[in-house]
Write a protein that binds this ligand. Structure first.
Ligand SMILES: Nc1ncnc2c1ncn2[C@@H]1O[C@H](COP(=O)(O)OP(=O)(O)OP(=O)(O)O)[C@@H](O)[C@H]1O
Length: 300
């Protein structure tokens, strides 16, 4: 069973397709990066996964249950931090969590447990108004942990934090993942995603434009990237026939060739001989940031 599966998940707001036939799978126990430029449809997707927004079409399956049909079963082991944390400033961290636990029908003994997990036990009795931004974020993660979630959705969890606070949250995410939980991480910090996630999905204008293992998407040192003028089809046809080439993938306006970078000159010569105009050729992506920019800047 997957932690998350969406089947043609679609949300339309008037004329605007916020999410367009999204098919996404998140495996149990993985830290999955969910990326995309502003307005790509990530928040709308998460809202549909949490049953907060009704899909126009398609289905969202969470922990084996259809969110629309069986929301209580689908969401009972799901924790989420999707907005800037909002707590009662004049209540302590522990009291804020007690309020949330009562509202969610969760045993109050979870409160000290989750405070310990986010290392806030020492400050649990202090008013939230006295907390640093990093402590508030940790408290928000503690709130997400209250239902002892198998699946945690975190939207920009390190937003607004200083470097030390960022490292703390990152370590916390690692610990949660090591405990076997599934984490869906939305972040604009691509190096953060690269450090934490095994697989990623990239959305743009409501559509999924790339998905896969970070290591495979990047194929460090083992891929050649080519941009050709015009239709990439003829170049792809030539490249796929070469015995020393593995897969050939079109990513945005670039062609990513699974082969040693030592073949770069040879590929260049072959394409030019076939009358193809090579606009750019070089080693494959070196960072998720570079990959993200390449696939998201290309015209759909
Ligand atoms: N309630 C709404 N009514 C109308 N349009 C909406 C609504 N919510 C979102 N949209 C539109 O849907 C599209 C996707 O928005 P969404 O917030 O899901 O993107 P996002 O990927 O989360 O962006 P960001 O990174 O900025 O948070 C945007 O064009 C947005 O304007």
């Amino acid at each position: 069973m997957n932690a998350i599966e969406t089947i043609d998940l679609t949300k339309r707001y008037g004329q605007r397709l916020a999410v367009d036939q999204l098919n996404l799978t998140v495996n149990k126990g993985e830290v999955f990066g969910f990326l995309g430029p502003n307005g790509a449809g990530k928040t709308t997707t998460i809202a549909m996964l949490l049953g907060l927004v009704k899909p126009t079409h398609g289905r969202a399956i969470v922990l084996g249950y259809d969110v629309q049909r069986e929301p209580m079963l689908a969401l009972r082991r799901v924790g989420a931090m999707i907005e800037a944390p909002a707590f009662y400033p004049y209540l302590s961290g522990a009291d804020n969590l007690r309020v949330l636990a009562r509202a969610g029908g969760i045993a109050l003994e979870r409160v000290p447990q989750v405070l310990k997990m986010v290392e806030l036990s020492d400050r649990a009795r202090d008013k939230v108004a006295t907390y640093s931004q990093g402590m508030k974020q940790r408290l928000a993660i503690a709130a997400a942990l209250l239902p002892d979630p198998e699946l945690i959705m975190l939207d920009e969890p390190t937003n607004g934090l200083d470097p030390a606070g960022t490292v703390e949250i990152r370590n916390l995410i690692r610990e949660l993942a090591a405990g076997g939980r599934t984490i869906l991480l939305c972040s604009h910090l691509l190096h953060e995603v690269e450090q934490l996630c095994q697989r990623v999905a990239i959305m743009k204008e409501g559509k999924l434009i790339a998905t896969g293992e970070v290591a495979t998407l990047l194929r460090r040192g083992q891929s050649v990237r080519v941009r050709v003028a015009g239709d990439p089809g003829p170049a792809v046809s030539i490249l796929t026939t070469l015995p020393w080439v593995g897969s050939v993938t079109v990513q945005g306006d670039a062609i990513l060739i699974d082969t040693s970078t030592e073949r770069t000159a040879e590929i260049n010569t072959l394409l030019i001989k076939a009358g193809i105009v090579v606009a750019e050729i070089g080693a494959g992506m070196n960072s998720l940031e570079e990959f993200f920019l390449t696939v998201t800047k290309a015209e759909p």
